[in-house]
Design a protein around this ligand. Structure first.
Ligand code: F6P
Length: 504
């Protein structure tokens, strides 16, 4: 069946299901909770509270077949030029598994293993050096991934290093991080694939001066020459390559801070979890494939149900940074209004992704999730076994997690319209057995593969980000105006510059 016919069929499913609510679907489909659940290693996922049924899933599966999703996943791991606008493969899977069968994938894997060896040596050297504090300087993918994983795995830190992160060009961040640190016992890692990112270079220069030279300065970059010119000795520059996208890079040397926090064993376990998900994504059939199911549900919610946003609600404080990390992964990858072939996609693409950790979020924006006029599909994420001794806390946390997903789906009838909950609000529940490096690696790789699968379903390039360039260029033009060296070309910007200069 042609693509348009499948899309029409999906819209027909949406119309057919419109009078039913999720509770009805659960009531009529015996065994739905089991049938719509998947497990991959330490990760269990329930899609039973999505607003769809078996015929819908069959059409979504046909759509996946129509766009040749299996071949597309194979092409990704084999190093095909999936990033056409930049003429590159996206071989983040080669950083953690040997799944790629081509020479290009094998060469990438060999380079990644060699760099891992270099990184392990630097980790060992730093552990013997008397350094107590590490500052990771980077932004976007050179910050969010390491920051998330270092925070999420804090129960496994051996206490050898305190890890700090500086990303913003707002000087107050670096001021507060440097305050209280001793330059003689601090090392900094300048993480920038391009080594041309304004924020990182400015923060890096301050730290280089604060450290009193380059002795404890490290870098991760695809542009080794630039890092050296900046003052980092070649022996302390770890390589990364143009075939790793920034937002897919935490598995590479960009994860240096992770390895310092949890050791090389912890870092390897993170990679092993991701590798398990890689094998599953490429090999499992559609109807048993977790990232593909996740992607199909995302496309269903966006295009058939017309839901404009997506919430991510981790019920584990250690995953509080997951929504920020996923904002870059999902919105920088899928925030496109043009197909890879240059044509408009014809359907809505990326939803606005947002969220925060439960239960705190229940006391802020959950009111809108339950009774607001927009329906917001949610990914709830829970952890079965805690890493703390407060049993009652954990029981209450999990009870809240399960209750919120139930309340959103089933609603509550009440004669008082202010107290009625319409329900029928979809969610997916992702459960990790425990927040281990392995499980975290599997979870993050699941999201990566889901994002890629969504990009294939929409026909867009998940690996470029041209939309961030215009603002960067304009900032370069506004800067001289702010300094009084020239006039801004735009009338509104000019007025704002005058206001700032008058008050500054
Ligand atoms: O501006 C966006 C971006 O290019 C992201 O894609 C990237 O993760 C970030 O900037 C940082 O880039 P770099 O690692 O080259 O400093």
């Amino acid at each position: 069946m042609a693509g348009e016919a499948l899309v029409r069929q999906l819209l027909a499913h949406a119309e057919r299901l419109a009078p039913a609510c999720i509770a009805d679907l659960v009531a009529v489909e015996a065994g739905r909770a089991q049938a719509l659940a998947l497990r991959v290693g330490p990760l269990y996922a329930s899609f039973a509270r999505q607003r769809l049924d078996a015929p819908t899933l069959a059409t979504l599966g046909a759509l996946a077949g129509h766009v040749r999703l299996s071949l597309a996943l194979r092409a990704l791991v084999d190093g095909a030029t999936v990033n056409a606008t930049e003429g590159r493969p996206a071989l983040h899977t080669a950083l953690r598994s040997a799944i790629g069968r081509s020479n290009v994938a094998r060469d990438a894997r060999a380079a990644a293993l060699a760099a891992r060896g270099q990184m392990a040596a630097l980790v060992a050297g730093l552990r013997d050096s008397g350094v107590t504090d590490i500052i990771n300087v980077g932004i976007g993918g050179s910050d969010l991934g390491p920051r998330l994983v270092v925070d999420a795995l804090k129960d496994l830190h051996d206490g050898r290093f305190r890890i700090h992160f500086v990303s913003n060009v707002d000087g107050s961040e670096i001021q507060h991080v440097l305050r209280g640190l001793d330059p003689a016992r601090t090392a900094a890692i300048l993480v920038s694939k391009s080594f041309s990112t304004q924020e990182t270079l400015l923060n890096g220069a301050v730290i280089r001066d604060w450290l009193g030279g380059g002795e404890r300065l490290y870098a991760v970059s695809a542009n080794v020459a630039r890092a050296e010119a900046f003052g980092v000795d070649a022996s302390r520059v770890l390589p990364i390559w143009d075939w790793v996208g920034g937002r897919y890079s935490l598995w590479s040397t960009v994860g240096f801070a992770i390895a310092l926090a949890v050791g090389m064993d912890g870092f390897d376990a993170l990679l092993a979890g991701a590798a398990e998900m890689d094998a599953h994504a490429v090999e499992a059939p559609f109807d048993a494939n977790l990232p593909i199911r996740h992607a199909l549900v995302a496309v269903w919610n966006r295009n058939a149900l017309g839901l404009p946003t997506q919430a991510v609600l981790p019920y584990d404080q250690r995953l509080a940074l997951l929504p920020s990390y996923l904002q870059q992964l999902v919105m920088e990858s899928l925030g496109k209004s043009v197909r890879a072939d240059g044509q408009p996609p014809g359907v809505a693409t990326v939803p606005v992704l947002w969220g925060a950790a439960g239960t705190g979020a229940q006391h802020s924006f959950f009111q809108a999730l339950h009774q607001g006029t927009d329906v917001v599909p949610a990914d709830f994420i829970g952890v079965v076994r805690p890493a703390h001794p407060y049993r009652e806390h954990h029981e209450v946390l999990l009870a809240n997690l399960l209750a919120q997903s139930e309340a959103l789906a089933n609603g509550h009838a009440d004669a008082d319209p202010h107290k009625a909950h319409a329900g029928n609000r979809p969610s997916t529940l992702l459960l990790l057995d425990a927040l281990t490096p392995h499980a975290l690696g599997a979870l993050l790789a699941m999201y990566e593969h889901s994002v890629y699968a969504q990009s294939v379903l929409w026909g867009i390039n998940a690996f470029d980000q041209w939309g961030v360039e215009l603002g960067k260029r304009l900032a370069g033009e506004v800067l001289p105006a702010l300094r009084g060296e020239s006039a801004a070309s735009d009338a509104v910007t000019r007025a704002l510059v005058e206001e700032i200069r008058a008050r500054g």
